[in-house]
Design a protein around this ligand. Structure first.
Ligand code: 7PM
Length: 266
């Protein structure tokens, strides 16, 4: 899964259409590099980030999804906590809803997932993006995240959302310290054992800066790759990454070693 942030700081808005064009170009490039899903997000879920109004989130994401679904072969995921954004994104061509609140933020989200038939990623987060990094504490982070995801993955089918549409995600960096993130990655197999595909997002995250002598986000590729290979070994099915070309190569190699087989067509 390639990350396509369509926030004002991501693409320059020099003219009426330039930022949409740049975003579509970047999304198509990630698809050519081997991303099978493009995750389009118009609301920054960065720690401490301010919420984005509905109209602004729609204005940023929908034109990009419409163009990507026309011109690019990858599946499209919408990264949103808002039901109205998810519904319009689906109409524009998105087939997956990446809701970092696991359908807890917007009471209308479960209906959208149910009615559209879209896949849904249920992610663990402690608190909200505004507050989540203020002293996160857990007795046992792996057990608490596992229990939360188990609960959300029972709730969705209780509404009629099919098991085959559910993806789980430990939410690396969302209300977690470095130690919590390391424990979750170390025991990712516990989450994979819930029986759903697990998505993992470590790409360029601050835990890697902490492990790599304060390296800035654009200097965290090796850390992203190391955690990606580890996550695959532990049973992760999807990786949410910024640097698609190198990560596809790491993942393909790790997959082959894990399976003891080479899949030439993947
Ligand atoms: C600061 C912290 C800036 C986090 C940006 C981020 C995930 C996600 C994000 C994830 C799923 C980023 C993140 N991370 N959705 N959205 N899983 N499902 O790196 O780990 O873009 S936002």
């Amino acid at each position: 899964m390639g990350v396509l942030n369509v926030t004002p700081d991501s693409f320059s808005d020099g003219g009426l259409h330039t930022s949409v064009e740049q975003a579509v170009e970047h999304g198509c490039r990630m698809a050519e590099e081997g991303a099978q899903i493009i995750d389009v997000g118009g609301e920054s879920t960065r720690p401490g980030a301010a919420p984005v109004p509905l109209e602004e989130e729609l204005r940023r994401t929908i034109p990009v999804i419409e163009a990507l679904s026309r011109y690019c072969s990858a599946c499209i995921s919408i990264d949103t906590r808002k039901a109205a954004v998810a519904r319009k994104a689906w109409r524009a061509g998105a087939v997956m809803i990446n809701d970092v609140s696991a359908m807890t933020h917007d009471p209308g989200m479960a209906d959208v997932v149910l009615e559209t038939g879209a896949a849904v990623c249920l992610m663990h987060m402690r608190g909200t993006p505004e507050t989540m990094q203020q002293h996160p504490t857990y007795d046992d982070v792996v057990r608490e995240v596992r229990d939360y995801l188990a609960e959300r993955s029972r709730y969705a089918p209780s509404l009629g959302i099919g098991h085959e549409r559910i993806i789980l995600d430990p939410g690396i960096g969302f209300g977690k310290t470095l130690q919590h993130n390391l424990e979750l990655l170390r025991h990712l197999d516990v989450l994979a054992a819930l029986g759903f595909p697990v998505l993992v997002g470590t790409s360029r995250k601050s835990m890697l800066g902490m492990l790599l002598n304060g390296a800035p986000p654009n200097d965290r590729l090796e850390g992203t790759a190391a955690t990606a290979v580890w996550a695959i070994q532990q049973g992760a099915a999807m990786l949410r990454v910024h640097d698609v070309a190198p990560l596809v190569r790491f993942a393909r190699t790790a997959d082959a070693v894990k399976a003891g087989l080479a899949f030439s067509a993947c």
